[in-house]
Structures are given as structure tokens and as C-alpha cells.
Design a protein around this ligand. Structure first.
Ligand code: NCD
Length: 360
């Protein structure tokens, strides 16, 4: 296979760059051997994941005291972040904002194209370039697939490249959600041999759920993880993901039967139907109730299994389940703040200081 050199990557038009296989262009998003932009789950190796998880746990423990929190807030007090979230978001937005506060980053935000100059006809590309005049980091959520990558491509060709973190790009990827999902699995299985050899069952809209896609990519970093994908016929996992699983020799099965598979799972990852991506209101014909987790089903779930959900939920998980010791989704949500702080600390070269501080 011919490898594309960095100088050649730099010369590609956006269209040619976008169609270049991911593995050939990952180095375009790195600087000095570190991630510069965080756009795809495929950018994370196992050592990097575990470095970020360790940092997240240290930040959590340092932040428990006022002195610790005051110290954390000095780390990036000289940096500014722009949160550009033009697709609905509650927890990703607030957890990034909170993570920025923890590290002392100054935050600005735009939450809708209706309040930015895009309403006056400015292109998203010019909007992004404008942010780079004021910020050192752009965290973005966009309805258009590939927009985070395109923004990074554009800015890396300017004299003021600033870091981009993808907070969700259409139906495509949500790498920081995958990081917090993995961190949750990592902590939950810490005293049970880790993530290796575990069975993860993902349930719901697997076709359009970007969290499921990004999490699958990250699971490749662990040995012999088995996947069970449970979805209605129309919402089955995509062929690109199946090709990825086969290529990486990751065992998986597909099913439309939640109850039958429940007993096999070490983690059950529930998701809501992503009907905002409907083209013709097609979701209304799908009986999604078969993909809801009900309290009475839990007798079939292993005693030490965990129940996850990226949230928001509708009726996928009975609220009665919230008090079951296996329900992990609220903790999972909170883990997002620590892991996002850890990611930003790493990207700005501050994580070693954090790891050293906690060692004292
Ligand atoms: C997810 C998303 O936006 O993809 N939410 C989140 O970031 N926690 C899942 C969803 O919206 O269903």
C-alpha cells in the first residue's frame, strides 16, 4: 500500500481529502506526536485512552478540595474556548462548559445558526474561521456529517490553526461520547479483568446513532470484546461498521430480540430512536417498544452487568430501573465532564502536571 506523505495531504482539495481513507490522513490532525484535533474515535490507541482515563480519575480526586480545584483552574486560564453547538444538546454542551471551567478556560458559545451571522448568509466555513480569531479551541456539534473534519481541514491550512473537538457530527461520529462510554466501562470492569473478553449489547437505532458507531470503533482497542447488536430491521447497524468489525476480527451477532440476548450481556447500551434524521417520517411505522428495557426483564440480566445510555432517553429505560444498582447512566453522564477535562488537558499538554500533582 502506498502511504500518502504529509506534504501531499496538505495539497489535497477538500473533496480529495475527505475521500482519502481515514488511516492515511490521521496524521494531518496531529502535531508533535500529539492529537491536535479530536474528530474521530479511530484517533485513540489503548495507551492514549488509558492515559486520558487516568487523568480523568486524577482530576476528579483533585477537584474534591478547594485547594485542588483552585490549582486545576490555573492550568488553562490563559486559553479560550468557543462552544459552537448548532444542533440540540444538553449534556455534551454543559459537560464541556463545566470541564472548561474546571481547567480555567474562558468560554464563549453559539448555540444556533439563527443567532450567528449564518442567518445573514455567512458560510459555516467563514463562521469557523471567525471563531479562530478569538479562541484557542473550538468544540463543535453540527448536523452536517464531516463538518468538524472540514473545519479542522480549513483551519489547519490557515496561519491560525486552532484545535477542534468534535462534539457530534450528524449521524457520523461522537468521539467524546465514546470516550466517556469507554471510561464508564473501564471503571465498571476494573476489578473484573477490565474490558477484555466482555460482551457489550447495543440496542435501538443503530443505523443513525453516532454514539454506537464511535463506541464500536473504540472497543477495537480491547481483546476479544463480543458485540450483540439488537435493532429493528430498518435500524440495523450499517455495513461500514460490519466491515470494520470483520476486518478487526471482532466477533458480533445481530438480532431483533432484546429479551433473548439480555442474559449474555456484561453491558447493555440502550439508545433512543434518532427520528430527527427521518426523511419521510419513517420512524412512526417502527414498533420501538420491543427495544425498551422494562423492570421485569432485569431478572434475566447478570447481577454484575451494567446498564448504559448516552441520554437523552425517552421510554427506552423504565424510570423504575434508575434505582437498580446496575443502572449506570447517570454516573456515565457525569463521567463525561471528567473525561472531557482530561482530553482538553492532554490536548494542551497539561496532563502530565495533573498526573504528577496527584502523586505528591
Ligand atoms: C447523543 C447524541 O447527541 O448523539 N446524546 C449525547 O450526546 N449524549 C445521543 C442522542 O441524542 O440520542
Amino acid at each position: 500500500m502506498i502511504k500518502i506523505k504529509s506534504e501531499e495531504l496538505n495539497k489535497l482539495s477538500w473533496e480529495d481529502f475527505y475521500s482519502t481513507p481515514l488511516k492515511d490522513k490521521l496524521k494531518f490532525f496531529e502535531k508533535d506526536g500529539q492529537l491536535f484535533d479530536c474528530l474521530f474515535s479511530e484517533q485513540f490507541s489503548k495507551p492514549l485512552l488509558e492515559r486520558i482515563f487516568e487523568t480523568a480519575s486524577r482530576i476528579l480526586s483533585i477537584a474534591k478540595s478547594k485547594g485542588g480545584m483552585d490549582w486545576l483552574q490555573t492550568l488553562l486560564s490563559h486559553k479560550r474556548a468557543m462552544l459552537y453547538f448548532v444542533q440540540p444538546s444538553t449534556r455534551t454542551f454543559v459537560s464541556f462548559q463545566s470541564a472548561c471551567y474546571i481547567l480555567g478556560l474562558k468560554v464563549s458559545d453559539i448555540r444556533s445558526t439563527s443567532t450567528s451571522s449564518e442567518l445573514k448568509g455567512e458560510s459555516p466555513e467563514d463562521t469557523i474561521r471567525t471563531f479562530s480569531s478569538y479562541a484557542d479551541l473550538i468544540v463543535m456539534r453540527h448536523f452536517q456529517e464531516g463538518m468538524a473534519e472540514k473545519s479542522a481541514y480549513l483551519l489547519n491550512h490557515t496561519k491560525r490553526p486552532v484545535r477542534i473537538i468534535n462534539g457530534g457530527s450528524g449521524k457520523d461520529q461522537h468521539p467524546t461520547q465514546a470516550l466517556l462510554d469507554m471510561y464508564t466501562l473501564f471503571l465498571s470492569f476494573a476489578d473484573r479483568g477490565g474490558i477484555d473478553n466482555k460482551t457489550i449489547m447495543m440496542v435501538g437505532d443503530l443505523k443513525r446513532g453516532r454514539t454506537v458507531r464511535s463506541l464500536t470503533f473504540l472497543l477495537k482497542n480491547y481483546k476479544n470484546v463480543k458485540l450483540i447488536y439488537v435493532a429493528p430491521e430498518y435500524l440495523k447497524i450499517g455495513d461500514d461498521i460490519k466491515a470494520f468489525l470483520k476486518k478487526n476480527k471482532m466477533p458480533f451477532v445481530e438480532s431483533d430480540n432484546l429479551v433473548k440476548n439480555l442474559k449474555l450481556a456484561d453491558a447493555v447500551y440502550m439508545t433512543r430512536i434518532q427520528d430527527e434524521y427521518d426523511i419521510n417520517n419513517e420512524s412512526k411505522d417502527i414498533d420501538y417498544s420491543k427495544f425498551h428495557l422494562k423492570k421485569e426483564m432485569l431478572v434475566n440480566l447478570k447481577k454484575n452487568a451494567i446498564i448504559m445510555h448516552p441520554l437523552p432517553r425517552r421510554a427506552e429505560i423504565d424510570i423504575e430501573i434508575d434505582n437498580d444498582p446496575r443502572a449506570m447512566y447517570w454516573r456515565q453522564e457525569r463521567n463525561g465532564m471528567w473525561v472531557r477535562a482530561a482530553l482538553m488537558a492532554y490536548m494542551f499538554g497539561k496532563d502530565t502536571e495533573i498526573l504528577k500533582f496527584a502523586n505528591q
